[in-house]
Design a protein around this ligand. Sequence first.
Ligand code: MRU
Length: 367
Amino acid sequence: MNVTVRGRTEHFRTVAFDATKNSVLLIEQRLLPHEFKIVATKNFRETATAITDMIVRGAGAIGATAAYGLAQGALAFRGCDLKKFSTQVENVYQVLKSARPTAVDPVNAMNDVRREITRGETVAEQQALALAAAEQFANDDARHCAELGQHGAKLIRSGMKILTHCNAGWLAFVDTGTATAPMYAAQAQGKKFHVFCDETRPRSQGATLTAWELAQQKISHQIIADNAAGHLMQRGEIDLVIVGSDRTLGKTGEVANKIGTYTKAVLAARHKIPFYVAIPLSTIDWNLKSGFEIPIEERGESEVLGTWGINSRGQREYVRVANPASGARNPGFDVTPAELIAGIITPAGIFKPKELWKQRRKLGFAG
Ligand code: MRU
């Protein structure tokens, strides 16, 4: 998407690759909205750390980062022994896979890269195929988001008030985003609407990232405290909810997304407000049979006990908010059952969550 910094507008992808330096280029998302900066990782370990430390975050963005990281690790191999090369690729795969557990996109992305690699007969061929497959994943991610945006835009009418949770915008993908894609497409069609961004504690991706994106895109919006949505729904001030997902189960239609999503889905059902989930194909997990099998990331307690912000000197600073003697529990994601979801917006159309399995061929299931 376009970013305007100090009066200059430029198009950026959230994740890119510099082949001359064998570096993954990432927008440093922890600094947003206060500073826009691109960082370059020097090797696959730095790339994995960038995922763990959330320099880059969001399902599709970490998928593309993992794919490029795998190519980066493969390209760093010196020599022509295919067996040693495969061992190196497997090692890189495992390091990147363990960087964050809940989103399935990194695993799907790296499986694509691993599968492509095997078509090469030499190390050099396999290295070139690894990078080409990572580029392909990134391009597909951007295309899927644009396509699902066209389907999702049909749900948006002028005058609507839309709630979204966390950041499933272009910063969470390679470009365009998922929950925001229908909004951007509707805006391009001339529709006028208003978006409420859940603040999304503890890391506040709604208040920092989604709000920044929507402001950049000149879409009318306001940030609300996470606890405010029920009140607004009760007063008829929310017409539609669109969120993203980090893992959607193809067999059951259950949706893992940022902590607090399930609460919003329950509230939306209570108030008969349609609740939609927007995903690219890489977010579908065709294997798991129950949402309880989804690994839910538990993050450090400091995220709940305090918060990061910018001080009066313009420096990033952590402040402790909570009672000094108290600890915290910090599950990063929750799972919303299929019956609370009106539809899953995909690049191939909008489906009921329980129809995903029936539609699996259209949705990229290769098994
Ligand atoms: O912890 P994050 O910021 O990587 O969480 C991912 C998310 O931003 C959300 O869960 C989002 O709604 C879906 S990812 C596109």
